[in-house]
Design a protein around this ligand. Structure first.
Ligand SMILES: Cc1cc2nc3c(=O)[nH]c(=O)nc-3n(C[C@H](O)[C@H](O)[C@H](O)COP(=O)(O)OP(=O)(O)OC[C@H]3O[C@@H](n4cnc5c(N)ncnc54)[C@H](O)[C@@H]3O)c2cc1C
Length: 603
């Protein structure tokens, strides 16, 4: 018998793709009791073992060095690269599941679908809290997400102060009556030069595969219902020499309703995928005689669906102008990567790229609903035109959006304010917190007055030209243009150290370090062998591995922390010293001769 459970939290996140996982972890780490609801058995969305899309972002898979997303996504990628050298898709799922479930403030509901909402039309959506300004909260709010889990015959009413829609489909928002866009805008609507509408067409969904070389010839008999692609002319512009990982252009559904026709789209995609493999195996020479399909998806990866509308709608023009907003909270940079709605049956090239020359900022105003007062969104369903979404949709950009809104949601819960009020009244505080948590915000440097390191004199045992010790307090934690923004010791220095010195003793409660994890290279989990050849699956050689942190108290050095096996970019150490200097001594890296440090923060 199904039972109804009434459960309250501070923040409810619906959708456990990378955007949802990062949103939930960020909210939880900032003290919010957080519920994460995912309708399928594993986390990761399109990046999970069910779909197997590799995660790309602003560094354009290595094409734009030093633009890689940092923060929670980098923490996950570094751990996954070390824990999963075998490139197992299910190990990737497991590491992501651990990443979410080890947070004490997260309760994860897998196999649980959100199918409705309870609306609060009163001007006080946050129970017991007063509006921050005259006129009340201004509008409709979500009181609860209504969910069910068939595996246990349970129904849930998840109440919360703030909700985050990371469903990709904007399902939570649509159920709540949030304004949304669907399809492609015309040129007139936002003045976008390459707008392709107006119409209700989208990019299609896709099924991927994994294949392997058995070393001996193996036949493939296509099912009778497989689509037939007789010659390469039937697959125009669609190169298919890579065999190990399926082709994203096995795409369909952009001329249908991507939600309502999802089941029919899957069936047609299966026929197309089998047809492409039949073409590779049986129709022309593709070097595939010994290759077999090892896995293929039954869950179509959706690219595009509803886009919930915020106080700003991000456009092609913003991306091309490398926009920086006063309320930027994270960055994007993937090309504007549009696909013909006809997908695999279109004679056009399967994608067209317009590349922003630099990364762009994403404003918080594009990450909350304009008419549902307590609703944030992140990922594919953020407030963008079709053109802008063709860039922001990539999974790494969704992940940094997720971290930004999760942090903002925790702030709403703690302060009793609404998303819009964070953008208008607390944005500097939010940005500084996000920078501390290692997100990158174009045009915004860390300037946290609580960071004691900013007032310190910085010296080091040695430094390469352009990589001075003072860089560790300049507030920028990655290379920008010619500025390395890091301290790099001389490779001949046998035991490099860096010291931050004060005029007198300071109360040091925590020491945060940001190391180099090789942003000049791509780092992601991929089934593509050529892409993987450019990636190091393990600790990144630039990263400091073994080190000691000390505080100088009454002229004596006291150890704050000793670490021998680091591979992470951000390390936080609790301290409890009244010290007039803090020293970091580097004993070893994961491969390189120099010690490389972007930031030392003292709080
Ligand atoms: C074939 C293909 C190739 C692509 N190639 C790339 C690429 O190379 N690199 C790249 O970075 N991006 C690529 N993309 C885009 C990228 O995968 C997505 O845009 C990205 O996954 C978006 O992340 P998300 O978290 O917003 O959504 P998703 O990954 O779609 O996650 C949303 C999650 O929410 C869950 N959900 C939905 N509705 C509900 C509900 N009602 N209740 C509970 N849970 C729900 C879904 O099960 C899903 O797990 C590609 C996409 C496709 C389809």
């Amino acid at each position: 018998m199904s039972q109804l459970h009434n459960i309250d939290a501070d923040v409810v996140v619906i959708g456990g793709g990378l955007s949802g996982v990062c949103a939930a972890i960020a909210a939880a780490r900032h003290g919010a009791k957080t519920i994460l609801v995912q309708d399928r058995p594993v986390l990761g969305g399109n990046a999970s073992s069910e779909v197997r899309v590799h995660v790309c972002g602003a560094d354009c898979s290595g094409g734009r060095p030093h633009a890689r997303e940092s923060g929670l996504l980098e923490e996950f990628r570094l751990e996954e690269a070390v824990r999963n050298p075998q490139r197992s898709a299910t190990m990737h799922d497991l590491v992501l599941w651990e990443f979410a479930t080890r947070e004490p403030n997260i309760t994860l509901y897998l196999n649980t679908i959100c199918h409705g909402v309870e609306i609060n039309d009163s001007p006080l959506p946050i129970a017991g809290q007063r509006p921050a300004r005259e006129g009340g909260w201004g509008g409709r709010a979500v009181a609860a997400a209504l969910c069910s889990r068939e595996s246990t015959e349970d129904r849930f009413r998840f109440g919360a102060k703030v909700f985050i829609d990371c469903t990709g489909d904007g399902r939570l928002g649509a159920e709540a009556g949030a304004d949304f866009a669907y399809g492609r805008e015309g040129k007139d609507e936002y003045g976008e030069p390459h707008a392709q509408g107006p119409d209700r067409k989208t990019m299609g969904s896709s099924l991927m595969w994994c294949a392997r070389d058995t070393g001996v010839p193996v036949k493939f008999t296509p099912p009778p219902w497989a689509h037939v692609f007789v010659t390469d002319e039937d697959l125009p512009h669609r190169g298919h020499l890579e065999l190990a990982h399926g082709h994203w252009w096995v795409e369909y559904g952009g001329e249908l309703d991507i939600v309502k026709d999802a089941e029919a789209i899957r069936d047609h995609l299966l026929a197309c995928m089998m047809g492409v493999w039949d073409h590779i195996k049986n129709r022309g020479e593709h070097g595939a005689a010994n290759w077999v399909l090892d896995w293929f998806g039954f869950v179509p990866g959706k690219r595009e669906s509803r886009r919930l509308l915020g106080d700003i709608v991000l456009t092609e023009n913003d991306l091309i102008m490398n926009a920086q907003f006063p309320d930027s909270v994270c960055h994007g940079g993937w090309g504007i990567d549009t696909h013909p709605p006809g997908g695999i049956h279109s004679p056009e090239p399967p994608c067209t790229f317009i590349h922003p020359t630099e990364v762009y900022g994403i404003p918080l105003r594009a990450l909350y609903s304009r008419n549902i007062a307590n609703l944030f969104m992140a990922g594919r369903d953020a407030s963008c035109t079709h053109m802008a979404m063709a860039s922001t949709r990539v999974a790494a950009t969704g992940a940094v959006m997720g971290q930004a809104v999760g942090t903002a949601a925790a702030m709403c819960a703690a302060k009793g304010c609404l998303p819009r009020e964070v953008a208008s009244g607390h944005i500097v505080e939010l940005q500084q917190q996000l920078l501390k948590d290692d997100l990158f915000i174009p045009g915004v440097a860390a300037a946290d007055p609580a960071n004691l390191a900013r007032g310190a004199k910085v010296i080091a045992s040695s430094a390469l030209p352009g990589c001075s010790p003072e860089n560790v307090t300049n507030g920028v934690t990655r290379q920008r243009g010619e500025q390395t923004n890091q301290w790099t010791s001389d490779p001949a220095d046998p035991q490099p150290w860096i010291m931050l010195e004060f005029d007198g003793p300071k109360p040091i409660r925590e020491v945060q370090l940001i190391f180099d994890t090789g942003f000049a290279r791509p780092l992601t989990f991929t089934h593509s062998d050529p892409f993987n050849a450019r990636i190091i699956r393990g600790p990144q050689p630039e990263t400091v591995r073994a080190y000691r942190v000390e505080g100088r108290v009454d002229g004596q050095w006291q150890t704050v922390a000793e670490v021998r096996d680091n591979y992470q970019r951000v390390r936080m150490h609790e301290a409890n010293v009244e010290a007039d200097a803090v020293r970091l001594t580097v004993w070893a890296t994961n491969g390189e001769a120099s010690a490389r440090v972007y930031e030392v923060r003292l709080g």
